[in-house]
Design a protein around this ligand. Structure first.
Ligand code: HAM
Length: 414
């Protein structure tokens, strides 16, 4: 019986994992430089965790099941809600700000296509505690710096849901219709939106995209809406911090986000070359989600990279992202040298990645294999050399060979 992997899942080869490890480690390095620490949450959670506030978009795409006791569970479709639950259960007494990051697989029952999978990875972070515009700006900077560090070309778009919600509230649109409107804006569903409201200022507002000039236009559009103007002022403050650290961005007041828990600044990062699934990152401020689980009013802001899409963007842009470990192969060239060669391999492993030839091959075949694997050096252990306290080291790039004292192998490998 032939069994294939489930639709929308992938196997990753060693080569692919080496590339993915490089991306993960580079981004995690930036997260840590900003003071974030890694956490883990369970792969499955009680379904209510995600149906309470994540929104229809996620709820309809969940891998949901009943466990043996009939409890409704699901594989996590995202991790922000899990982090808020974890905070409420175990981290609430820790000093603020709390800076947490995760790298985990998420599960969404969507129609698979390039860049969209049923199991995919997110590398994300949550900043819990602070509320000021500098915290929004700092979170955006972490995402920006991470992609710069990887050498990725991208477009950062920033909006503010407080502006859209403020306008809708000032136009007396009730909460549930505000939510529906935002979902339509997210899906680019102008017709659906028109069925809820035909407010021309809203359509004007969400079409505002571009540089700083957008702010002046928005001020004009929103001049009679107090709540929207207050949110616009906050957005201006966030932008001032981003300008101070040199983050380049586009304003897009039509960024709405598919998840329901956002309350303020929202942002998305796109790599247009990726086609339909061009969004490689999404995030924003969500000040009411923790309260839902703990009763404590604690503001928070965060984002998640769609890790697979980031890796695909780098591939497409030809960015070299291999984790280059300098690999050395130790080859005994006579059967009575196996233990001696193994000892040499074992000593070198303290400082290098070393493979001892386990296939009992002739030297020619070992060198062929070393070439295919991209090894940097082969250490050849022969009986005659060894009895003089020597081995031969072959540089696989230049093809040069040197016979050196065993104690001095390290010097040659440098
Ligand atoms: P999200 O926009 O739903 O936000 O997902 C974040 C990223 O995950 C997306 O920008 C996209 O790159 C990637 N992604 C989503 N679905 C798929 C899929 N089916 N296949 C491949 N990649 C996918 C969140 O999940 C929020 N929890 C982000 C956040 C953290 N907001 C605040 N903190």
């Amino acid at each position: 019986m032939k069994i294939e992997k489930p639709r929308g899942t992938r196997d990753f080869s060693m080569e692919e994992m080496s590339e993915r490890d490089y991306v993960e480690n580079t981004v995690a390095g930036v997260f840590k430089a900003y003071g974030y620490g890694k956490i883990k949450t369970p792969t499955f959670e009680h379904m209510d965790l995600f149906t309470m506030k994540s929104g229809d978009e996620i709820s309809t795409h969940m891998y949901a099941f009943e466990d043996k006791k009939g409890r409704k569970m699901c594989l996590r479709p995202e991790e922000t809600a899990s982090v808020c639950r974890m905070f409420s259960e175990t981290l609430r007494t820790l000093p603020k700000p709390l800076k947490l990051y995760y790298f985990d697989s998420m599960f969404r029952y969507e129609e698979p296509q390039k860049g969209r999978y049923r199991e995919f990875w997110q590398l994300g972070l949550e900043l819990i505690g602070p509320k000021g515009p500098e915290s929004d700006a700092e979170v955006i900077s972490v995402a920006y710096d991470s992609l710069k560090k990887l050498g990725c070309e991208f477009r950062l778009e920033i909006g503010h849901l407080g502006i859209v919600k403020g306008l809708l509230a000032d136009k007396d649109i009730p909460e549930d219709l505000q939510r529906k409107s935002i979902s339509c804006i997210d899906k680019n569903d102008a017709e659906g939106l028109r069925k809820i409201t035909s407010e021309p200022l809203l359509f004007e507002l969400i079409a505002l995209k571009g540089g700083k000039e957008v702010i002046a236009k928005a001020e004009e559009t929103l001049k009679d809406s107090k709540k929207a103007i207050a949110a616009l002022i906050e957005l201006k403050e966030i932008l001032a911090y981003l300008d101070a650290v040199g983050v380049e961005y586009t304003l897009n007041l039509g960024v709405a986000r598919g998840l329901e828990y956002y309350t303020g600044m929202v942002f998305e990062i796109r790599v247009p070359d990726l086609g339909a699934q061009s969004q490689i990152c999404g995030g924003g401020r969500y000040d009411n989600l923790i309260e839902l689980f703990s009763g404590l009013s604690v503001p928070a802001v965060g984002f998640a990279f769609g890790f697979d899409r980031v890796a695909e963007a780098l591939e497409m842009q030809g960015v070299n992202k291999k984790e280059r470990t300098k690999e050395i192969i130790v080859a005994p060239v006579s059967p009575d040298m196996k233990k001696e060669a193994m000892k040499i391999a074992s000593d070198l492993r303290k400082t290098h990645s070393v493979e001892y030839d386990l296939m009992d091959r002739k030297l020619g075949k070992i060198l062929e294999y070393a070439g295919e694997k991209g090894a940097s050096h082969v250490v050849i252990v022969g009986r005659k050399d060894y009895s003089d306290g020597m081995v031969t080291v072959r540089d696989m790039t230049s093809g040069e060979q040197k016979t050196v004292k065993i104690k001095e192998i390290e010097e040659v490998l440098k």
